[in-house]
Design a protein. Structure first.
Length: 248
């Protein structure tokens, strides 16, 4: 039976709480209650990068543990289907909320694809560190290559930009392409494999006897997908009610 390790869930919960605070501020801006530039201000763009990195790194850690515990492909595809289905729900909701910049390849779409790649490359060992570095480095190298070879500008089209081989960011509310983000999940897998061999205690315990705040955070980490899908509708609903009541 596959067991989850509590410190991985704690890391995931921390990313979820940070994401919630970020999205709450984003929603305040959307409703005109504050004025911030979430698309260009480094204060916000760097936070987004850190939050997404946290999601992907912990996803890599979780895959390392799953492979180590002998997770079957059948179980993998069952969990993968939930992520892919959730990604479709995000797209549907964003079409309603942002029809001109809806999410067609956001963090859940990216995770769904990267999970397959990371699972298939789990046996590559220490090479994952190098592959991760190359994937992340592509973010800086590809724009230079496209500038030098104009024919490669075709990679900027919506049908191909899920790869991340772009020189212009597409107009969408959330964009987490294969490159460079696969590098972060590869590093998570590599770090998890190293920890399982040399420092397994760093990943925590499967014992579910934690109490108080830690137990609540572990629970949040274990139900992160459900929380991810629900937190924005709840926040937007509350703010909609607040704006309506304020206008009465």
């Amino acid at each position: 039976m596959n067991q989850r390790l509590d410190r991985i869930d704690l890391l995931r919960a921390a990313a979820m709480l940070w994401m919630t605070a970020y999205h709450f501020c984003f929603d305040l801006d959307h409703f005109g209650l504050i004025a911030q530039d979430f698309y260009r201000d480094p204060f916000w763009t760097w936070q987004r990068t850190a939050i997404v990195s946290g999601f992907l790194f912990t996803a890599g850690l979780s895959q390392a543990v799953a492979v180590h515990q002998g997770q079957s492909w059948q179980r993998f595809w069952k969990r993968w289907g939930r992520v892919a289905g959730a990604a479709l729900l995000v797209t549907a909701g964003s079409v309603f909320m942002f029809p001109r910049s809806f999410i067609y390849f956001g963090v859940l779409h990216g995770i769904a694809l990267m999970l397959i790649v990371v699972r298939l490359t789990a046996g590559w060992g220490a090479w994952l560190w190098l592959l991760g570095a190359l994937a992340i480095g592509a973010k800086f190298a590809v724009p230079l290559l496209i500038a030098a070879v104009p024919a490669l500008d075709v990679l900027n089209t919506p049908w191909l930009n899920w790869l991340g081989l772009i020189s212009r960011k597409p107009v969408t509310e959330d964009y987490v392409p294969l490159l460079p983000w696969l590098g972060v999940m590869w590093w998570g897998m590599a770090a998890g494999q190293w920890a399982l061999r040399h420092r397994p205690q760093w990943l925590g315990s499967a014992d579910a006897t934690a109490a108080g705040a830690k137990r609540q955070l572990v629970t949040l980490g274990r139900w992160s997908l459900s929380y991810y899908l629900l937190h924005q509708p709840v926040l937007i609903g509350l703010l909609t009610a607040f704006v309506w009541l304020r206008g009465q």
